[in-house]
Design a protein around this ligand. Sequence first.
Ligand code: ADP
Ligand code: ZN
Length: 432
Amino acid sequence: MEVFDLAESWSREHIAEIQTLRLKSTVEQTRKCAFYRQRLDAAGLGPGFVRSLDDLRRIPFTTKNDLRSQYPTGLLCVPQSEIVRMHCSSGTTGSPVAICHTQNDIHSWADLMARCMAMVGVRRDDVFQNMSGYGLFTGGLGIHFGAERLGCLTIPAGAGNSRRQIKLAKDFRTTVAHILPSYALILGEHLRSSGEDPRNLSLRIALVGAEPYTEEFRRRIEELFDMKAYNSYGLSEMNGPGVGFECLAQEGMHIWEDAFIPEIINPDTGEVVPDGEVGELVMTCLCREGMPILRYRTRDLTRFLPGDCPCGRKHRRIDRILGRSDDMFIIKGVNIYPMQVEQVLMAFPEVGQNYLIRLENEGLGDSMRVLVEVRDEYFVEDMRVLQNLQRTIAARLRDEILVTPKVELVESNSLPRAEGKAVRLQDMRNKN
Ligand code: ADP
Ligand code: ZN
């Protein structure tokens, strides 16, 4: 195994040893802020209580609301003069939280990110185009510093503006891109609709993440551009990107356990679930001094993958994120995640790059409508073919989610597009 950082090749025993040491020091670090000191004391956890990794489970969870209540600087564990940068979460699910970093924090984050990129074969002679929004969003600067750390020619293209993205990618022969999954398909279609083949770009690798997407969606991206797409997971509360990343095997994302401790819990009881079961990911950072966070409830649902990864790394892997617990909706008593719908839709070659699930309130009860963009080449077919497609999609969806939605086929590019992360669900119930 070729590694960028020796920590990648650590054994389970060594990982556990280092985690214990770092958990001890991180917990002591958090005691420097009043919020954590009071919280730990209230739980009867005085200075030096961490003796082994098992003591982690005694620490109370930190929630998004805790972070909101301490906005902007209530969780600092160093004097503010030590802070060199702050980021905010995108605010997808409510008011944002602020995360502050020291210079050391920024360095170790860049190292982690560079490690992820190197793992999938990115090298210093690659040209890296970051098509993610810059600014408060961590997908911009977070990945940028990793790419520079690796030594890539780094193009901070920012989000959107497909014409400019394509021009840059052609002029500089971009080989690696960081891109939102929803935008990757939009960019590819943009090229195709102007009569160009996306495969003619020099792209060979894409780092794809920041929002949920299915395996089917990934395969589409890979085929469209004839490149490899690797899943990248992160969240601002744990730095941002660089937390979990797929290796060349593309069989789940390694969580860097020298820098984080992942746990998966039952969201209702808070108990750790048996390995392999789906639950909420909880993360503790081990290498941060500015604003370390203990047992953060991410609200992201996934599971640990059993067994060893063919790549040889022993850092545990999580499965593709199923969605956030907040994304789940209930129709006719059935719990549904948008990704279950996506999985069905993306299996149809006629389906284009965008879809929207709309929940409505119609006299008798709630109903679900799925608006589906159809590729141009299929949209011109005669009515009967389209009606047939509509019925087949509805039937497949019913098989998957046990509810029959209304399926509405619409033209390519007719559904609204988000500036950043895609909005897959629109809940119009009780809005009138
Ligand atoms: P916000 O929570 O406001 O969107 P962030 O920008 O910090 O703020 O985004 C982190 C969240 O994005 C994660 O908690 C997760 O829900 C989602 N996310 C990030 N990467 C992935 C990925 N590869 N697959 C699915 N979801 C992801
Ligand atoms: Zn691996």
